[in-house]
Ligand binder design. Structure first.
Ligand code: NAD
Length: 367
């Protein structure tokens, strides 16, 4: 999954840090090493204008350090825009730990990593991501307060995925309203790719509303379980991108909207949870626009998780987090309308509104 996304990004080996395509104005990058525990981590702090840089820690068996660096830079930049567009007083950051989370991770390594986070005095706040879990965050919490996504038993907000799914559902409804004239999904054919933590909850909302849900996952057992539970149909066609559906919801991997798949897409709306769905934001955003396929920007509609962990910082209130997540509906409509009015892609519309919030805050603090 990560390899595909990385392939879509250019690696600039001559200028490994400042020259990276994804470097993009990062404020600070911290390399963390501890020989005793085998920790090799990189913390990317992209922007702290709106607040401390919050973003999860990904542990992944990267093929090499270039991949790890590129991944953290790309992800931390993404967090800046996700928080900005969601109206949160947070900046963008992310961390990666190089290694196999199943075999290399130890409590000692997590403790050491927590100490590195603590040394940043709250400029970076971590959370879970691929390869890290709530129990890992609990270990980090022992050595620093700058961590979210800790267990409910320890006063945290627990698993953010159901909140993410609710936000994706809201964003999908807004996109349907813009494209089809109604936000009612009853009778609409929706293909959900990925029946994991977010996908399954999204499917439950869709099934409840009477949408015709088709599903695809490489995990056959999980897919069958979800199909039986919600009355969803397992997609049996050869080419999932060419499926005859109204809405395509990518909830598995990034970069599935690319040169090859766009040509085959029949869906009129793309709205899903996966990060970095467009292999190339500019090229593929424009191609979708030309084809009249409405793309609900991923970083906008999958922000429920960050909204949920933000609530942990300001004093966790589940109802408040859900209310804020529900507002993704209004923000999505606003951005889709803005894109139309200015003749720009929905991706660029979302990016420019997020950037405007950062610029406004910068001007305000400079006064
Ligand atoms: P998950 O690991 O629980 O589920 C992903 C599912 O996708 C798995 O069931 C896996 O088998 C399936 N999958 C993998 N490769 C596939 C393929 N080629 N075709 C079909 N299915 C495939 O992950 P999740 O937490 O549900 O997250 C889903 C996506 O949403 C990820 O891209 C994640 O980065 C993104 N996201 C998640 C959250 C969150 O709160 N969990 C927040 C923001 C973004």
């Amino acid at each position: 999954m990560i390899a595909e996304v990385i392939k879509a990004n250019e690696l600039t080996k001559a200028d490994p840090v400042f020259g990276q395509t994804s470097f993009n104005d990062h404020e600070q990058i911290v390399f963390c090493h501890d020989k005793d525990t085998g920790l090799k981590a990189i913390i990317g702090i992209h922007n702290t204008v709106l607040g401390p840089a919050l973003g999860g820690t990904r542990m992944w068996n990267y093929a090499n350090e270039w991949e790890a660096l590129n991944d953290v830079l790309r992800l931390s930049r993404g967090m800046t825009y996700k928080s900005a567009i969601s109206g949160l007083n947070l900046g963008g950051g992310k961390a990666v730990i190089i290694g196999d989370s199943k075999t290399d991770k130890t409590p000692e390594m997590m403790t050491r990593f927590g100490q590195f986070i603590h040394s940043l005095s709250g400029k970076y706040i971590t959370a879970e991501d691929v390869g890290t879990t709530t129990p890992d965050m609990d270990i980090i919490r022992e050595v620093t307060p700058h961590v979210t996504g800790i267990s409910e038993a320890k006063g945290g907000s627990g698993n953010p995925s159901p909140v993410t799914a609710y936000g994706v559902y809201m964003g999908m409804k807004a996109a349907a309203k813009h494209q089809f004239g109604t936000d009612k999904l009853e009778g609409k054919k929706v293909l959900v790719q990925g029946t994991g933590h977010v996908g399954e909850t999204l499917i439950s909302y869709l099934a409840k509303e009477g949408a015709i849900v088709e599903i695809a996952d490489i995990n056959q057992a999980k897919m069958e379980e979800v199909a039986a539970k919600y009355g969803a149909k397992i997609y049996t066609g050869e080419d999932i991108y060419g499926a005859d559906v109204d809405i395509y919801a990518p909830c598995a991997l990034g970069a599935t909207v690319n040169d090859e798949t766009i040509e085959r897409l029949k869906a009129r709306v793309i709205a899903g949870a996966a990060n970095n769905q467009l292999a190339n934001e500019e090229i593929h955003g424009r191609k979708l626009q030309e084809k009249g396929i409405l793309y609900a920007p991923d970083f906008l509609i999958n922000a429920g998780g960050i909204i949920n962990v933000y609530a942990e910082i300001v004093g966790y209130d589940k109802a408040e987090a859900m209310k804020r997540t529900e507002n993704i509906y209004n923000t999505t409509l606003e951005i889709l309308t803005f894109a139309d009015a200015h003749g720009i892609t929905t991706q660029n519309a979302a990016m420019s509104l997020a950037q405007k919030r950062i610029d406004d805050k910068k001007k305000e603090t400079a006064k």
